[in-house]
Design a protein around this ligand. Structure first.
Ligand SMILES: Cc1cc2nc3c(=O)[nH]c(=O)nc-3n(C[C@H](O)[C@H](O)[C@H](O)COP(=O)(O)OP(=O)(O)OC[C@H]3O[C@@H](n4cnc5c(N)ncnc54)[C@H](O)[C@@H]3O)c2cc1C
Length: 284
């Protein structure tokens, strides 16, 4: 279907974008890479009168070193995040997960901020961001505010970003030297996962000193597998330790049931994927 007609504005600064949002209110919709929004418009599930394109705001593109953290601009495309040297060095889990998003075509249009603002529970970037304690930088009429991951994701396709605000970047504390793996289980190639697990670990002398585990599509928001993390930290990285920690992965999760699998199937699947993700992050 062809989208309902709309007017289009392409600001070149965050201030101009916020002014457009203030002017057009709930008649406006932000477009980033358009990879999730355009299908929605084409199906006429949404018919904004104004579309505000962030594509010309250069300050929102790229990855910056901020000392103890890196800042990924909201308009950084998936293909650029997946190959960025700062992301590879300090947030390897994000690089791994982003490389699994969709196909090359989508990764060349879709953006880091667009995917996170969309907050699809099956989206691959929320769980890694949550696991790495990312902070979300949001700009609005009252200035900038910073929201932790646990408060950013509020429900199915719902985030802390209000209608008059923009997600402008995501600050990720450096996890330098941490190994990482994103284990994604799909029925169809180049698509959202039935369930996925991101694992990133700091290991020294065979002992796990740090563990961060994020779960995708195990609830209406990305989840952190705190029980698994606690069972790993301080332990020798043995097969038995990994297996018994992974068995805790579904604790506290509330997975959906759909045509790809019911909740019990996902509860079992997530323990298998967690074991694989940790084992592969350990180099196995
Ligand atoms: C065929 C296909 C396969 C895909 N497979 C996967 C997959 O395997 N894994 C995965 O994670 N994703 C997948 N996606 C989704 C893809 O990652 C999209 O890029 C992403 O969900 C949306 O990013 P975008 O930049 O295109 O945002 P858009 O589609 O432009 O916007 C998405 C939503 O976020 C809002 N928004 C965008 N940017 C901002 C901002 N800065 N501040 C506030 N609100 C904003 C928009 O208003 C809109 O509501 C797939 C998409 C397609 C088409």
């Amino acid at each position: 279907m062809i989208p309902a007609s709309f007017d289009y504005v392409a600001p070149t600064t965050v201030e101009e974008a916020l002014a457009a949002l203030a002017q057009y209110g709930d008649e406006a919709k932000i477009i980033a890479g358009g990879q999730s929004l355009l299908p929605v418009l084409r199906m006429r599930l949404n018919a904004p009168e104004w579309v505000i394109d962030l594509g010309r705001i250069d300050s929102l593109k790229g990855v910056r070193d901020e000392g103890d953290s890196i800042l990924v601009g909201a308009m950084t495309r998936h293909c650029d995040v997946a190959t960025d040297p700062l992301v590879a060095e300090h947030a390897a889990l994000v690089a791994r997960a982003t490389a699994t998003v969709a196909d090359e075509q989508v990764r060349h249009r879709g953006t880091f901020g667009g995917a996170l603002a969309h907050a699809d529970p099956a989206g691959d970037l929320g769980a890694p961001a949550l696991a790495l304690d990312a902070e979300f930088v949001i700009a609005g009429p009252a200035g900038e505010r910073v929201v932790p991951g646990a408060e950013f994701f509020q429900g199915l396709f719902e985030t802390a970003v209000s209608e008059d605000e923009l997600l402008i970047g995501v600050r990720i504390p450096k996890h330098t030297g941490w190994t990482a793996h994103y284990e994604k289980f799909v029925r169809v190639a180049h698509q959202w996962p039935i369930c996925a697990v991101g694992a990133t670990l700091k290991v020294s002398g065979g002992v796990i000193e740090g563990a961060a585990i994020g779960l995708t599509n195990m609830g209406s928001t990305p989840l952190r597998a705190a029980g698994v993390e606690q069972a790993l930290v301080g332990q020798h990285a043995t097969e038995e330790v990994v297996r018994s920690a992974a068995a805790l992965a579904a604790d506290g999760a509330d997975p959906p049931s759909d045509l790809n699998g019911d909740a019990d199937y996902r509860r079992h699947l997530v323990t298998v994927l967690t074991r694989r993700a940790i084992t592969k992050a350990l180099g196995g």
